[in-house]
Design a protein around this ligand. Sequence first.
Ligand code: PLP
Length: 299
Amino acid sequence: MKVRIPSPVYPVLAPILLERNIKLTIKRDDLIHPLISGNKWRKLKHPLAAALQAKKPGVLSLGGPYSNHLLALAAACHELGLASAALVRGHEQSTPTLAHCQALGMALHFVSRQDYRCRHDPDWLAQWQALYPDWLLLPEGGSAPEALTGVAELVAELPPGWDQIWTPVGSGGTLAGLVLGAQGQGEIVGVPTVKDAELPARIQGLLAARHCSHQNYRLLWGHEGPGFGKFSPAMGEAIRALEAELGVPLEPLYSGKLMLALWQAVESGELDGKQIVMLHTGGLQSLDGLRAQGRWPDA
Ligand SMILES: Cc1ncc(COP(=O)(O)O)c(C=O)c1O
């Protein structure tokens, strides 16, 4: 598979950063691969290698109709010669993301929102797995404990001397992988993109599964906006303004929410004198869906 590893690290230049003596770099994981972008490649790398080694016929996973994870999984399986299937939240529909998944050979099963709430229930999952015996089952967002290894490897690609790594947080796997990779160095700041009371316990569970007792991370709540996959018009405008000012491509669900939170911290003075890494986790494909819904202006 042709991937750009190590992914590039670019400095961000803005007058306020100079004034405040903040060295901000962006780890552009969005440039790893056109479809298997960002944290998706990091999280899929080891589970898919294990699936190939174990001669699994395919991979079954779950996600929403605009899921970055499902598209990355479909593309990775297509390239590796593995079959793929997904349980998709909600009524049967076609979105740019799902159409792309199907074109890459992924079989889709639509599951009502109510049934989808059972996605962590082993009995419910077993019914679906019975349709795909011997396939690898990957949880939502690909955040299996084994997925943390690929994210942890990213830390060794960073320029030395960083004080904090900032990352968006959904299921928590990326943040946990960074904590695993940092081995107690610096601080990992996670910006949750959805209000989720179970998130702290899920992160702890992932770290415990990897026997990682480091706790040098923090969840910075308050930047989730109206909810998962949602953003207010004011947030959208502010994200587009930062995108134009800094010359970094952003989408409003992950990298945009992260950049808003980071910029607020820059302006508050709390990052003065620090060396900060912002992890760009990709997800720019979601702009196609947002544009199709009229929720984001055309490029
Ligand atoms: C583009 C993007 N960034 C960040 C995240 C959050 O990563 P995690 O689910 O590992 O917390 C996701 C997925 O959930 C994503 O699609």
